[in-house]
Design a protein. Structure first.
Length: 188
């Protein structure tokens, strides 16, 4: 067995387990086995399995959404910000993201966090698009398509095809650049 591992290692390993085995595979024994530690090491950091799983999804939200958005907002150019957000979205651990969505369907606390994550991701994409388009409805449509593209991919059971997904994302941003969002019907 390995020696002491960090609290963060437990979070990264938990996401790896979610990615590899899904929500049903997220077990204390699996996390500890992958880290090469005993459950005693686990209880050094976490008082219980429910405490760990709560902290796991909170950490996921912070690392994969809050900090990413803070980083993206540091880019003053909204078009480059959108490119950065899409690229980061393409690189998310989609297996873990999909497993968390499954988990959220049966756990109200995880569902609430998932809603917050989705809203934060939408809001930053919307505000960036709004800076470019200056039209609320067009910006909403762009942000929805971008989020659906990335979320829809993680929900698919097809093999991951990053090249194809990047091509689709480019078509979306090309539509943004060419003014094609001006043809989006108004909601009035």
């Amino acid at each position: 067995m390995a020696g002491v591992v960090s609290r963060e290692a437990y979070f990264e390993t938990g996401l790896e387990v979610l990615s590899d085995l899904g929500y049903g595979g997220l077990k204390l024994a699996e996390v500890c086995n992958r880290l090469g530690v005993t459950t005693g090491s686990f209880y050094h950091y976490f008082s219980s399995w429910p405490a760990y799983t709560r902290k796991l999804v909170e950490n996921w939200m912070k690392q994969r959404t809050v900090l990413v958005i803070e980083f993206a907002k540091s880019e003053p150019d909204p078009r480059r910000r959108i490119d950065s957000l899409i690229q980061i979205g393409l690189e998310l651990p989609h297996g873990a993201e999909a497993a968390i969505r499954v988990w959220s369907s049966i756990d109200p606390e995880v569902y609430e966090l998932q809603l917050q994550v989705d809203q934060l991701r939408f809001d930053v994409m919307y505000s960036s698009a709004m800076e470019l388009l200056n039209d609320r409805h067009q910006a909403q449509m762009f942000a929805r398509w971008a989020i659906y593209l990335l979320v829809g991919h993680e929900q698919a059971t097809l093999p991951r095809d990053t090249t194809a997904l990047a091509w689709i994302a480019k078509q979306l941003t090309d539509a943004l650049d060419s003014g094609r969002f001006a043809s989006v019907p108004t909601d009035g």
